[in-house]
Write a protein that binds this ligand. Structure first.
Ligand code: SF4
Length: 377
């Protein structure tokens, strides 16, 4: 079982907090799309005979693409790979793109899941983040998606922003739950290097994020998801009725994925590789047959660290039985020694699993650091 990630590196405008790879210049869009289709051809062997269970069009803003462009990428993918008939096919979309007409067009494709970048239902937050949509588009697009019967919808929300008061965050959560959607991705605002927001903070134009406010809003989120029958299955992901994101869950479970497009990453348990973060260099290199990615072979210790980072973010945690057969005695002895020293009020440890308690998932990075090993095995 494998997944395919297709990175669409274009956006209408730059959100102030964003450090993903994208360009707001759309003039070379066709070249990049040609490059992606060519890369799909070049990388067939990466997936081999495995069945593709998930396809994820992420970005950037894939909803900027026309129905024809999306169709072309999906047709190409289907022609090259063994895509399961019930594959989860997700499109990341921004509210300003999701008009009723656009949603009807998307229904003509095999897209069966929408991940909508709402971030907030408040104009004040959206302006602060420099989002391209407004608060009424944030709400209308979801209602329209439901109207055309997209049954599998996820909404992204951001908490802890300098403009988001406690009352506003509660209202965002209430609005979300009133919509009857089964999946929520909720992220705390972080200041990433080289973003417009980092620049504003450095210049003193905007205050830094407040960790206490962040944590308070995270706890509000925890309370709201319980009241609404959602489960937290990953640090930032919540769902109801088993509506897990299959694509992201495979990633957290260290399953193989092929990433195509500028800046996309791929992982196959023995190596990871990442494509060049530049649209023109990517298209040229693909066209010329020259290198467009860097690759790192993973040592056993790298694989162990990767496993900690991805699994401890999830409610499934580390499966000790599979850990025991995947790593050498040297790694396992270090792991179990370190597990003994963990604060047991933060983690649950059984004969089969090590998990971080949901209320402490926010600090899972610290637990990962405690379990890391600092020698070359
Ligand atoms: S739309 Fe998404 S990818 Fe584009 S700038 Fe905003 S957050 Fe980044």
């Amino acid at each position: 079982m494998a997944g395919i990630y297709i990175h669409i590196p274009f956006c209408k405008q730059a959100c102030s907090y964003c450090d993903f790879h994208f360009s707001t210049k759309l003039n070379n869009k066709q070249k990049v799309l040609n490059g992606i289709e060519k890369e799909l051809e070049l990388r067939v062997a990466y997936i081999g005979e495995e069945i593709v269970e998930t396809i994820y069009l992420g970005g950037g803003t894939p909803s900027l693409l026309s129905e024809t462009e999306i169709q072309s990428l999906l047709t190409k993918t289907n022609s090259l790979f063994d895509v399961s008939s019930d594959a989860e096919i997700t499109l990341e979309a921004n509210p300003d793109d999701l008009t009723l007409d656009k949603l009807k067009e998307l229904k003509n494709t095999s897209i069966n899941r929408l991940s909508i970048g709402v971030q907030s239902f408040f104009e004040k937050d959206l302006r602060f983040m420099n989002r391209a949509h407004n608060s009424s588009e944030a709400l209308d697009c979801i209602k329209n998606a439901q109207k055309v019967e997209f049954l599998n919808i996820s909404v992204d929300l951001i908490f802890g922003s300098q403009t988001t008061t406690k009352e506003m965050w509660q209202k965002n959560l209430d609005t979300f739950f009133d919509l009857g959607i089964n999946h929520l991705s909720a992220y705390s605002l972080t200041i990433e290097e080289k973003t417009a927001l980092a620049h504003q903070v450095a210049k003193g134009k905007v205050e830094n994020v407040n960790d206490e406010q962040n944590y308070e809003q995270y706890l509000m989120l925890q309370k709201a998801i319980k009241q609404n029958g959602f489960e937290q299955y990953e640090l930032s992901n919540y769902c109801k009725n088993g509506a897990y994101s299959k694509h992201n869950t495979s990633y957290w479970q260290s399953k193989k994925y092929l990433g195509v497009g500028p800046s996309a990453h791929s992982f196959n348990d023995t190596s990871r590789q990442w494509n060049v973060r530049n649209n023109l260099l990517y298209s040229k290199a693909i066209g010329n047959g020259t290198a467009y990615f860097e690759k790192e072979e993973l040592s056993e210790i790298d694989r162990y660290h990767e496993h900690l980072i991805t699994s401890l973010r999830t409610m499934w945690g580390i499966n000790l039985n599979s850990l025991n057969v995947s790593f050498s005695d040297l790694i396992l002895s270090q792991f179990y020694l370190k597990v003994e020293t963990l604060n047991k009020t933060i983690v649950n440890l059984s004969a089969e699993y090590l998990t971080v308690k949901p209320e402490y998932l926010f600090q899972s990075d610290e637990i990962v650091r405690e379990l890391m090993i600092d020698f070359e095995a």
